[in-house]
Design a protein. Structure first.
Lengths: 422, 346, 294
């Protein structure tokens, strides 16, 4: 029976070749860094050091693609900018090109972990950005903590940066639910609505938002008369909405992202519920309006960063210039309307780049990562899209409720809704 | 149930050589593929091999279709995760505990389910698999809900935690090879013959005194054990589990791996696992270049087409079909004829 | 805790009925196919998704809604027939296991193709008759739900007329009752099989189109719907339409009430529990109560 053994060997060898060939995923759509262009050619005396690699994990496909695609687009935009200016220059005058290695997590925790390990071990990135969505971020935290690599997340869940003792390497650029939920609650209180319904999607993001609402409601003296959950993939929320109608809630506060948030809003209006509907920053994207239907989102309120209010800000506001430039650049690059999530990606990469500028050349990778982490932790006064960041060893988010504003959807567009209009 | 192999039989000797060869291949592969990513791919292939071997025993040899195999995988993974994180058990005890629980569940489910046959059996296993999937998603107090359970501790061998991909690679493949050895023994024993008799004709088997119900149940429990151990290994490798590992899509993936390797072929299992994994990786490279939507779950279209094609044209598995094609093209002799003759020095 | 008024119960009942109507449509497709070919088509849910997706695609090409819906149904029917010819007929002699795997493979291939062509972003179909919801005994019924129930009822009527009063329908029925006898009198069983597949696919497509304005359309919407349709078909022991109709409506209402009065996370689990119980009940030898196909 020699032939079967030969078959065995043949197939085994085929397998091995296959593995060698295919087991090296390349990053998706990351343009190779070109030599510095004429716009910023290095001077003759300038030395060019090893490139700084930043791993970028986003949900380009899967349930969170709505959030992940704008994030990826912002990363591509920044890669182009870095290429044009030739990278960043260290304190010793050495120029380092910047490579943003973009990978798709498919909105899945296990894919994110596998890709992150590859970026950490094989590509030797100095930091990771991402992933999209609180659930996947929670999965990544133990891996990153163990490997000792700074991770700048773009998610709202405050649980990613607390308890701080176990989150040494984790930072966050998106306003936490503890910064956005108070806006939902304060509006209800200002309107004299003391009984609220607390709805949330049953994953880490929703639970974090619901918890923030509970805490704020207790502080402000509002009563939560009903709590409901739904699945991120649910398509029928009639049951929950019926229960809302049967309760004595006067306002409905929701923590969810599209598509579930859009379906909920659509069915909410169809079932004829007139109570004020306050969403969380998860719906800060134009597709939410399209999916739910323009007539159904009229009057919906939600908190988000000052991106929407850029034009209405006084000129003295330090964020105004940064916001206007970001909006202009992003819309020119992608031909799409701007999105908060793109803003998160922009902030994350810019913060890493800003701190990387302080790294001298020639450090071993562990030292680079460690110093980068220390640098971010002590960064103060960074003016970003999401707000003005002031990190500290106790606070790895660096934002406050002052960086968030309330938005009203009027006639299918976002309208900045400052307190004097309530 | 006699498990003792009769060593001097031809088949047993062949199996032993094959095992040695595979073992040597696995041991030496890291010399060539040593990047952590390649190693982690091989670790996952090893885990998939275990669960596929279990399904082969159940479907190929006992002839019982199971569309819910991933449920046992999920129970093993979550069992290990919960026992080690919430109850502080050591990973080894957790693995055994999870395996015992999973085997128990399999036994309880098997009693009613194996009274069904054909389509109804398939649907029964599918329903069971979906119920487990939903339970793991909704029972948040213990399972962490749809988000999953992070922070699972790692295995330790003699006090040293298995952290590096290389160490875990050897660990997993040692267990996988052990699993193949046990399965081969089972298949060549009286137990295996009884299973095949039941598969070919249950009434005929029963007429010669084979207690079909008992053997089918044992096959189910054994396949569940394989899946459970695989699940525990997975949990302690990724240090994270989420309910998706027990979904219908996961069960279909196991089915595909078994089908590619040949449903009734234990040796086909590692090939099936490897081929499906590599196909997935390959597609992740190619598809973004064609479709505008980036990478993602596109591999499922290939899974679907592959399943249909295999069932229609290669029911014995891709390796056997490939080997037949190779033979028809002339095989090794034809290749030797084409190579230049080597003159020997005298 | 919410206090339920009578109209809330009506609300749950009515929305449960409309969901159940969809399950009935899918189950009828399954039963038609099983009756004639003996195959359980696990790809039924994907035909639902395809119907909805194609309708959306046609609407985006600026076709009027009615024409898009019709076009989508016809296209899916054609595809159903094609699936039969390509994947089922060649496997005539294969064991049951192989057939089940083949239909599963077809299902995920279709799902993958939809992902490839249309991506992951959900899409929406405009409501058939936009307007304010209708008040029914204190509950609120969106117009689309009325459409769903009306369409299901109309389809049932058409099916009845087809099978009872047309020659073709009777030929299909003959094939399902006794294939050999039918072939003896000149009915080509293979053509009937293709026809049954086309009809079954069309039924699913109708279900998908009519529910699309309510729940958004995405490439993975078919899985759950197909499985639930299957549960309902089992309620009719895969062969009897009237039992499936009642069973489907019951399942819809049961889901609505359990998720309304208790917890919604387990909504999908209800169908599987029902399935499990039904299958177990089968194992009790009540042979005479279940009429098997010949």
């Amino acid at each position: 029976m020699k032939s079967s053994l030969h078959r065995f060997i043949t197939v085994l060898l085929m397998m091995a070749f296959f593995v060698a060939g295919c087991a090296q995923p390349k990053p998706t759509a990351s343009p190779t860094p070109t030599a510095p262009s004429a716009a910023a050619a290095p001077t003759a005396a300038e030395k060019v050091g090893a490139p700084y690699k930043i791993g970028f994990l986003a949900a380009i496909t899967g349930g969170n693609a709505f959030l992940g695609v704008p994030e990826r687009d912002a990363a591509l935009m920044l890669q182009k900018e870095f290429d044009a200016q030739g990278g960043i220059v260290g304190p010793d005058g050495v120029r380092h090109p910047v490579q943003i290695l973009i990978h798709d997590t498919e909105s899945k925790g296990d894919v994110a972990i596998t890709v992150a390990k590859k970026l950490i071990n094989d590509d030797k990135v100095i930091a990771l950005v991402g992933p999209t969505g609180s659930p996947v971020a929670m999965a990544l935290i133990p891996v990153v903590q163990e490997a000792g690599v700074p991770l700048v997340t773009m998610v709202s869940s405050h649980a990613t940066v607390t308890p701080i003792a176990e989150r040494k390497w984790i930072f966050k650029v998106a306003a936490s639910n503890i910064h956005t939920a108070p806006w939902q609650v304060k509006y209800a209180k200002a309107k004299g609505l003391t009984k609220i319904a607390n709805l949330y999607v049953n994953n880490a993001y929703g639970e974090d938002g619901a918890q923030a609402i509970r805490q704020t409601a207790q502080q402000e003296g509002l009563q939560i008369v009903l709590e409901e959950t739904f699945d991120a993939a649910d398509t029928d929320m009639t049951a929950q909405i019926t229960r809302i109608k049967a309760s004595d809630a006067q306002a409905v506060l929701v923590t969810a992202v599209p598509p579930a948030a859009a379906i909920f809003t659509k069915q909410y209006r169809e079932l004829g519920v007139q109570l004020p509907l306050l969403h969380n920053s998860g719906v800060a994207m134009k597709p939410f309006i399209d999916l739910a239907g323009v007539e159904n989102v009229e009057g919906v309120l939600f908190p988000m960063g000052k991106l929407v209010a850029a034009n209405a800000l006084p000129d003295s506001d330090p964020q105004k210039a940064v916001l206007l430039k970001f909006i202009a650049d992003y819309e020119a690059f992608t031909k799409n309307p701007v999105s908060t999530f793109a803003g998160h990606a922009w902030d994350a990469i810019q913060i890493i780049a800003r701190v990387a500028q302080t790294l001298p050349d020639g450090l071993p990778i562990e030292e680079q990562r460690s110093r980068l982490r220390d640098g971010i932790e002590n960064l103060k006064g960074f003016v970003g899209v999401d707000g003005i960041f002031n990190f500290s060893p106790e606070d790895h988010v660096g934002l406050s409720t002052k960086d968030v504003v309330l938005v009203r959807i009027t006639n299918g567009t976002w309208e900045y809704y400052p307190e004097d209009k309530w | 149930m006699s498990l003792a192999p009769r060593f001097w039989k031809e088949k047993t000797r062949r199996n032993a050589y094959g095992l040695l060869f595979l073992g040597a291949f696995v041991a030496l592969l890291p010399a060539w593929l040593h990047t952590p990513y390649a190693l982690s791919t091989m670790v996952l292939i090893g885990i998939d091999t275990l669960i596929t071997v279990g399904l082969c025993l159940l479907m190929g040899y006992a002839g019982q279709i199971s569309l819910g195999q991933a449920a046992f995988f999920g129970l093993g993974a979550y069992g290990s995760a919960i026992l080690t994180t919430r109850f502080g058990w050591s990973p080894w005890l957790g693995l055994i505990g999870a395996a015992v629980c999973t085997a128990g569940v399999a036994y309880l489910i098997g009693i009613p389910v194996f009274r069904l046959s054909g389509h109804y059996l398939a649907m029964g296993t599918l329903a069971f698999g979906s119920i487990v999937h939903i339970a793991l998603t909704e029972w948040k107090a213990y399972t962490g809900g749809p988000t999953g359970l992070p922070g699972i501790p790692r295995f330790s061998l003699a006090g040293v935690p298995l952290k590096s991909d290389l160490a875990y690679y050897y660990f997993v493949w040692a267990i996988a090879l052990g699993g193949i050895l046990i399965a081969l023994n089972l298949v060549n024993s009286r137990f295996g013959r009884a299973l095949r008799a039941i598969r070919d004709s249950q009434p005929a088997a029963e007429s010669v005194g084979v207690d079909a119900g008992r053997y089918k149940l044992q096959a189910l429990v054994i396949s569940a054990l394989y899946a459970s151990v695989a699940g525990s290994l997975y949990a302690h490798y990724l240090i994270f589990v989420n309910p998706q590992i027990s979904s219908l899509d996961a069960s279909i993936r196991v089915l595909l791996m078994a089908a590619v390797g040949g449903l009734a072929s234990i040796w086909g299992a590692p090939f099936g696992a490897a081929m499906v994994t590599l196909l997935t990786l390959g597609l992740r490279e190619i598809v973004p270049r064609i479709s505008g939507y980036g990478s993602g779950e596109h591999q499922i279209i290939a899974y679907g087409i592959l399943l249909v094609v295999i069932m229609l044209f290669m029911p014995q598995g891709v390796t056997v079909a490939a080997a037949h094609a190779w033979d028809r093209l002339g095989g090794w002799p034809a290749l030797r004829k084409r190579l230049p003759r080597v003159r020997r020095f005298r | 805790m919410p206090s339920f008024q009578p109209q809330d119960y009506v609300q749950l009942f009515v929305s449960g009925l409309s969901t159940g109507a969809i399950y009935v449509l899918i189950a009828l497709g399954l039963i038609t196919i099983y009756n004639v070919t003996g195959v359980i088509n696990l790809a039924q849910g994907e035909f639902v998704m395809l119907g909805a997706m194609l309708a959306v695609a046609l609407v985006r090409l600026h076709l009027p809604l009615a024409l898009s819906a019709l076009g989508a149904v016809l296209a899916v029917a054609l595809l159903g027939g094609l699936v039969h010819r390509l994947t089922i007929l060649p496997a005539r002699q294969a064991p049951d296991v192989a057939l089940i795997i083949i239909t599963i493979g077809t299902a995920i291939a279709i799902r993958g193709a939809a992902l490839f062509i249309w991506g992951t972003m959900p899409r929406s179909l405009p409501e058939f008759s936009p307007g304010a919801p209708i008040a029914v005994w204190g509950a609120v019924l969106s117009r689309q739900r009325v459409w769903i129930m009306g369409t299901a009822a109309a389809v049932l009527l058409l099916l009845y007329l087809f099978f009872e009063h047309t020659l073709l329908g009777k030929a299909v029925r003959a094939c399902s009752i006794n294939r050999q006898a039918a072939e003896l009198i000149g009915v080509d069983a293979r053509v009937m099989g293709t026809l049954a597949y086309a009809l079954g696919a069309a039924l699913s497509a109708i279900g998908g189109i009519v529910i699309a304005p309510l729940t958004l359309v995405s490439y993975d919407m078919g899985l759950m719907l197909g499985l639930k349709g299957f549960v309902v078909a089992i309620m009719g022991s895969l062969t009897r339409a009237p039992a499936a109709v009642i069973g489907g409506l019951l399942l819809g209402v049961l889901e609505a009430f359990i998720s309304g009065l208790w917890a919604s996370g387990f909504k999908d689990g209800i169908a599987f529990l029902v399935l499990f119980v039904l299958l177990l009940v089968r194992t009790v030898p009540w042979q005479d109560l279940w009429r098997r196909p010949a």
